[in-house]
Design a protein around this ligand. Structure first.
Ligand SMILES: [Zn+2]
Length: 293
């Protein structure tokens, strides 16, 4: 189960890994907390699909549902909406308050309840989510972490989130944070591109990150996923309102990427099974054991 804040996050974080596991017969469910209703159009060539509008919250939700369905198909995964409303990325100084209907303002028990229910129904062995910083300072990303941790703790506890006629408690076994853009990866790709005389998109990013001394999160797990980068790219492109096909995500030649960084990166944040220090499989310690059930 890959828990994400908005439609398109599943395609920019760990996408190749979900496509890989799905192709290998693992049941993969992407859970999307919000409808992405407050995302701006980030693709200058985006055209609103026939019969739709992109002005109202409802209009955006409908368009982004179409995009999400196409992305899920490209990845070969199932997808489930929690039904909350995108908080938007507040900008300005001081920051404006979040809208009343924002996901990040929903009280925790109410925000986590549908995720607990989804965990009990889907019964995942492994959950992926974001680190406590959200990985990106969007209130929905931070809250995605918070509700994921709540579901990780509570889904298996029969005395929590008791719903009449609800699904049986279920205890997931491993929980990971997505880390798609480690400094190590940025540097490896940057150097490879410069070595080939290409212009790297990561130069400024590496500089600002080094200058601000943002502590690097630990990467425990590198999942080989290069054979599924094409599926990831197709899923990204499916989010036509958000992803510019001529933009940042496609600035690195795929052969360079597959050559120097053929992995998706994760941090094992919690586990209920014994594990090795370094892994190349999110199901290590579960596969082939009786806990796999
Ligand atoms: Zn997002």
């Amino acid at each position: 189960m890959a828990v994400h804040a908005h439609p398109d996050d599943e395609s920019s974080k760990g996408a190749a890994t979900t496509a890989r596991y799905a192709s290998e017969g693992v049941e993969v469910l992407v859970v999307t907390c919000t409808g992405g209703e407050r995302g701006d159009v980030l693709n200058p060539t985006f055209e609103v699909p026939e019969g739709h509008e992109f002005e109202s919250i409802e209009g955006r939700r409908a368009v982004r549902r179409l995009e999400m369905a196409a992305a899920a198909e490209a990845l070969g995964v199932q997808q489930h909406w929690l039904g909350f409303v995108d908080s938007g990325l507040p900008e300005g100084d001081p920051l404006p308050p979040l809208p009343d209907d924002a996901f990040a303002r929903v009280p925790l028990e109410q925000a986590a309840a549908p995720l607990v229910e989804a965990v009990r129904r889907f019964r995942p062995h492994v959950i992926t989510t974001y680190d406590p910083s959200g990985g990106y300072p969007h209130p929905d990303h931070v809250y995605c972490h918070t509700v994921s941790m709540e579901a990780w703790e509570a889904a298996g506890n029969p005395s929590r989130y008791v719903v009449e006629g609800g699904a049986e408690p279920w205890t997931p076994l491993k929980l990971y944070y997505n880390h798609g853009f480690s400094l190590k990866r940025l540097r490896a790709v940057h150097e490879a591109m410069e070595g080939q005389g290409l212009e790297s998109p990561f130069g400024d990013w590496i500089e600002s990150r080094t200058a601000r001394e943002i502590p690097e999160r630990q990467v425990t797990t590198l999942v080989p996923a290069a054979d599924w980068f094409a599926a990831r790219d197709a899923a990204l492109i499916a989010h036509a309102s958000q992803i510019d096909p001529a933009g940042f995500f496609f600035a690195v030649p795929r052969d360079v990427e597959a050559d120097v960084w053929p992995w998706d990166e994760y941090e094992l944040a919690a586990t209920r099974v014994p594990v090795e220090e370094h892994e190349d499989d999110l199901f290590a310690g579960i596969r082939g054991t009786e806990v796999a059930r």
